[in-house]
Ligand binder design. Structure first.
Ligand SMILES: Cc1ncc(COP(=O)(O)O)c(C=O)c1O
Length: 388
């Protein structure tokens, strides 16, 4: 069937029909009262998901726009920045900061591992002159499927006094992040991830400290100026014409999320992760992230059997079964493929995808029981649901 696909990538995720239909709502005046009510509701519900009382600005952009917003509003050219990278998106954050003239010191950690907090703490403690103005870090590194220990990193950064800017684009909502409890200065998110919406909007929370930094930051900015966003938010508007259909979609996506309840929403992602990991092992494949303690609830990276390679698996899954697995990124491209279990994805989707993975592996000559993955995932899911 030409149009039917099972989208198992870490965004865009599948969208509920009611979210898609909301996008077809007739256009309204973005300077009129109806838009004020939509923006007000979406912002209030975002604050619940972000767990913050800080301002949350909604940008018409992809998640990278939120990352750029966090940099250009808090820093000046020449400012020293510590960028913690555990993969592709960590590299991107460092690159954005460099593009705008920051003096970036990068700490790279091996792919498949989390940030080493002790090393970061030592680096910050050594900065007795307080030259480091901000620390950049991913919450969930999508390229490897690792969740960073944000509470411990935030504690180390606070002890130093720098700002902590968090790219939570792929994790926020699906994995608990207590923005205010952890004192996170800027947190970035995107509509096409946990929010079960199409791409097009990004969200960024600013603490009082980050807003104060925006008053003196000297990096060039126009479209992503947080001062403008704050000024317009006070009257329920955005500075520039917003992607109104995406706002209608987010209104519905957030309603569905909160209706499910954040606890259940996050428990579902954890259950899908555990089922996927159990299946991968049962099929005899190797997880990129063997450590359950840091493994992402939204994306699982898998090493393809050497003789087959990831592309053959992805192509057969797509062309024969309509199941979309994600590519490996950067250095992992030749060896890794990924299964997303993010957003509007449930147990049935994961069981189907893992069944297809078993079939594809067997058809490509990998010696395994094609049903072993489904059986292991089924057991994992049944046990998790029995505990509820
Ligand atoms: C961790 C992370 N950061 C940033 C981004 C960038 O978002 P976008 O592609 O929406 O610009 C992504 C997108 O996949 C991501 O996973």
């Amino acid at each position: 069937m030409e149009e039917k696909q099972l989208l198992m990538i870490p965004g865009p995720t599948p969208c509920p029909a009611s979210v898609l239909l909301a996008h077809a709502t007739p256009m309204i005046n973005h300077r009129g009262p109806k838009f004020v009510s939509v923006l007000t509701e979406v912002t209030a519900n975002l604050k619940t998901v972000f767990r913050t009382q800080n301002d949350v600005f909604i940008l018409t952009s992809s998640g990278t726009g939120a990352m750029e917003t966090s940099i250009v509003n808090t820093l000046s050219p020449g400012d020293k920045v510590l960028a913690l990278s555990i993969g592709n998106f960590g590299n991107r954050y460092a690159k954005i900061a460099r593009t705008f003239g920051a003096d970036v010191e990068k700490m790279d950690f091996p792919l498949g591992t989390a940030v080493d907090v002790a090393a970061v703490r030592a680096k910050l403690e050594a900065d007795t002159g307080k030259a480091i103005k901000a620390v950049l870090v991913q919450f969930n590194e999508t390229s490897t499927g690792v969740v960073n220990p944000i509470p411990a990193i935030a504690a180390a950064v606070h002890a130093h006094g720098a700002l902590i800017l968090v790219d939570a684009v792929s994790g926020l909502g699906a994995i608990d992040l207590d923005t205010d409890g952890l004192g996170l200065d800027v947190v970035c998110a995107g509509s096409q991830k946990a929010f079960m919406c199409p791409p097009g909007l990004a969200f960024v929370s600013f603490s009082a400290r980050a807003l104060a930094a925006a008053e003196t930051a000297k990096m060039p900015r126009f479209y992503f100026d947080a001062r403008e966003a704050k000024k317009y938010l006070a009257s329920g508007q955005t500075p520039w014409t917003p992607a109104i259909p995406q706002f209608f979609g987010m209104q519905q996506g957030l309603r569905l999320m909160l209706q499910e309840g954040m606890d259940k929403f996050q428990a579902r992602h954890l259950r899908l992760r555990n089922a996927t990991r159990a299946a991968v092992k049962a099929l005899g494949l190797e997880l990129l992230v063997p450590d359950d303690g840091i493994a992402s609830p939204v994306i699982t990276a898998i090493r393809a059997p050497e003789a087959i390679g990831p592309d053959a698996i992805r192509k057969l899954a797509l062309n024969k079964y309509g199941v979309v697995f994600a590519v490996g990124q950067d250095a992992l491209k030749p060896t890794v493929f990924r299964i997303g279990h993010l957003g509007y994805v449930d147990d049935t989707d994961v069981l189907a995808a893992l069944g297809v993975l078993g079939s594809v592996l067997t058809e490509l000559g990998f010696p395994c029981d094609p049903a072993a993955g489904v059986v292991a995932a089924q057991q994992s899911i049944s046990q998790a649901l029995a505990r509820v």
